[in-house]
Write a protein that binds this ligand. Sequence first.
Ligand code: SAH
Ligand code: SF4
Length: 456
Amino acid sequence: MNVYDSERIASLMRSEGYEAAGGIENADLVVINTCTIRAKAEQKVYSLLGRLSAIKRKRPGLIIAVGGCIAQQEGRAMINRVPAVDIVFGTHAVGRFPRLMRQVERTGRRLVDIDMQDVIDEIGCAGKFQANRPVSAFVTIMQGCDNFCTYCVVPYVRGREMSRTPEAVLDEVRFLVSEGVREVTLLGQNVNSYGQKENYPAFSELLARVNQVDGLKRIRFTTSHPKDLSDQLIDSFQKLDKLCSHIHLPVQSGSDRILKRMNRRYTRDDYLRKVEKLRRAVPDIAITSDFIVGFPGETEDDFQQSLQLIREVEYDSLFAFQYSDRPNAPAAKFSEKLDESQISDRLQDLLALQEKNTYEKNKKLVGAVQPVLVEGYSKKGGDSDSEVPAQWTGRTSSHKIVNFTPNMDENSRYEDLTGKMVNLIIEKAFSHSLIGRIEPSGTIPLGSKGENNYAA
Ligand code: SAH
Ligand code: SF4
């Protein structure tokens, strides 16, 4: 979501005549788009601001703007704390940023805009000015969150849940496809509840409409809250040929006691039943998740239940985070906080278990044919100026990275495969990627679900 917002800011500034400076040394304006989901993200921003303040002392004309969730959270306090900052603009002020810039340039006065007025209709159009568009793009379909998980700052810094109209989403997808995009990831904090408040068609229906966009090859979405994962959405994985066989389904903990304290509103059993339904519908669906380790009051037994859940579900991969207190989030006031070293030991155990699982899962793909959407090259050949790719890179439907060597003809010419779908036979597995080889067209049966043949 932050990547999407950063691109919106960059696009808006391009439309105002600004160009990317390529480095802080040459910049007249530095915009930092911030995240406050965990304490670490916040610490990084303040240390970057320290470095920028030193540069500004030498170059007082430099304008420093801070946007995103920390800006929303801190508001005027940030201007007071860091004298070098000129603009603080919140999560709902992205569309107003060019105006704020003009005002600062004109008056030299420092500004704060953290007004959370409804700006859902402004999302999207800014993406029109992006240069070098990649094959795969994000499309925000909703903003904010109403779930109030007790550890989470999102509802406070991103506001109430609000969805874009299906027409706005479809227009953006069609536009992106006309620009060469072949895969879209629909974004929201809880896409499963898309449009419920506004009485728009359900998320599964939105997916069905996006599936009809000509020229689009793949659809992904994130994030799904397990409590709202509907049977219709599970059916979509079977019905929609462009919907990738991957779901990110954050569970956070394997212990019912902790899930309750987190206000997640599902039990371990509810979660396992949904996983079972997904696997019944699409046996090879990749499932990934998020875990929080060291939530206040997490006992050794609770933690063991998380490890047991990981063994049971056999995730393809997962993200795990050390619990950290966040401003306004109720869990910050919970007692029974764990110490840092205990949390970090548990995190290491959990990651080690998953590392093994991920590798085992990847190894099972060796010998299989996988349709891969090529995103570009991962390595150039020969010297550093060479434009000949030494290795292409792309992803399987299950979101695994695959690298492979291009086929050259006798004159060392190769076909540009960027944005194309190729059938690869997987030759080698690592923990975080795979190596594949192109299968000549026609000799290999097509992969699952509407994937096109080699170089379609
Ligand atoms: N809306 C998404 C999550 C967005 S935040 C969902 O509900 O799944 C991404 C992840 O950050 C969360 O899934 C959670 O694992 C982690 N996270 C959020 N708040 C946290 C905190 N206070 N401490 C540690 N991890 C946290
Ligand atoms: Fe945060 Fe929970 Fe909303 Fe996800 S669903 S953004 S974790 S409050």
